[in-house]
Every structure is written in C-alpha cells, then in structure tokens.
Design a protein around this ligand. Sequence first.
Ligand SMILES: [Zn+2]
Length: 294
Amino acid sequence: MTANVGDLDLFHADGDPGKAPGRYAPSPTGRLHLGNLRTALLACRAARVREAPFLLRIEDVDTGRSREEWIEVQLGELRQIGVDWDGEPVRQSDRHDLYRGALDRLEADGLLYECFCTRAEIREAASAPHGELPEGAYPGTCRELTESEREERRQAGRPPALRVRAAGVKVGFEDHLCGTVEKTLDDFVVRRNDGDFAYNLAVTVDDAEQGIGEVVRGQDLLDTTPRQLWLYNRLGLAAPARFAHVPLMLGDDGERLAKRHGAITLEERIESGEDPSAVRRGLVESVEGILGPG
Ligand SMILES: [Zn+2]
C-alpha cells in the first residue's frame, strides 16, 4: 500500500498475486444466476492459471436473507458448471469471533461510533448538501453525540449501528480490469443495527485471514473496494495484491440480468433442454478475453 499518491490519502496499486489463493464467495440467498456462475468460472480460471489454490466462502453474514438450503443448491450449481475448489468452503457464520476482534481493534483505536439514524433520516439528511462527501453519503449526524445524547437514544429503544470514522478520506486503487477507481469515503457501517456484521467488515477480515491474493468479482462491487482498502489499512491487514472487477452479464436489452430476461439460472436452462456442459461452454465463450490469455 502506497500512501499519498497524488491527492489521495490511500492508494492500492495493481500487484502480482503470485500463487496466493483466489476465491469465490456466494451469498446463499437464492439460486446463482448465469452472471454469478460466469464470475465464479472467471475467478476459478484466474486462480488455476496462476497455479494457485481456489477457495469457496459462503457469505451468510446477512442472517435475515441467508438460507441454509441455498448453500447445497449453490455448491451443486457450481460443480455442474465445472467450478472446482480446494478444501471445505468456509462459512462467515462460523467466523463471528474474527469480525468481533476486528471491531474491538477499531474501537480501541477510537474509530467506531454508534449511529441511531433510521434509513429515512439518513435519506433526508443525505439529500442536503454537505461539502465534499458524495451524493447519498452518510452526513455524520451521530458522529459527535455526547454520551448523554447516546444514552437518551438507547433509552428510546433505538438499537445503534456501528460506523467507522472514515469521512473525507480519499481512497484509490488500480483495478486490473477497470483501471483507476477513486472514492471519497463517508462514515460507513461495519455492524448493522440488527446486530449483523456488515459485508465490508466481514469480507475484509476474511480475505486477509484466508491470505487471498486476487479478488475476482462482479463490477457491482467495484464501489465497495475503497471502503475495504480503508479497513485493511486501519486494521493493519494485508490487502489482496490484485482486484479484478468483471463486467456484469447483461440481458438482450443491455440491462443487468434479471428474472424478466427469461431463463437465467442453470436449472431453467436445463429445463429448457440445454445440458450443463453446453451452458458452461456458452459462459466460457462469453468471457474469452476478459482476463487475458490463459
Ligand atoms: Zn446516525
């Protein structure tokens, strides 16, 4: 990690992952659609080309949306499409101690505070202009509450989320596919007010703990990476050497793949008469060239 590149506070260059593991990390909230499967194939191939291990991680940190039964379904879909992984998949629900440890470290460094805002309050406050922060950013309403103000809100029965003090920090990174990405952070959530650990916290802790060298994932997550880079930095963890955010699969109308585009899951394709190997061939052909030769 190189600090102070240009006017950035934090910059992460596109590095060489060597033979450090790659990974795919599905959330068990439903069937994987073809875009997910394509990303998984790309991530797997990228690791195998480097002769690196490829790990699977079940991202079931969102307890409200994750369902046990989807885990086996998704693993089956990945196997059918020819994604193979090393060892047993790890599950975020088994790793709460790691996330708690990371929160303790942030807390010890004075980087956490309780936020009692409702979604509606944040929407309303975020729509007012507030200097350098991007649109929709959390405006820092609860940043400087006194202990008695916090106590008052707790008494009123509002469970707090935990946010980090990151507002205004400019983070950039060189994505292997998307080029330079820059973002000014706001005070983002690391533990939600329902008690669940936030995606950004869990994924950072996991990728560091599993020694991931290269993160290959969909471009819908491109915007989350600067927050994770801030967390790696503040937690004293090594970030993956390389990030590659792959283009999302689009429907015929150029819009992001969704149910209305018809048969978008492997099951639906099989039902309509295709066999898994043909689906795999189609997916592989659609990604030729995305990650370069190999
Ligand atoms: Zn707040």
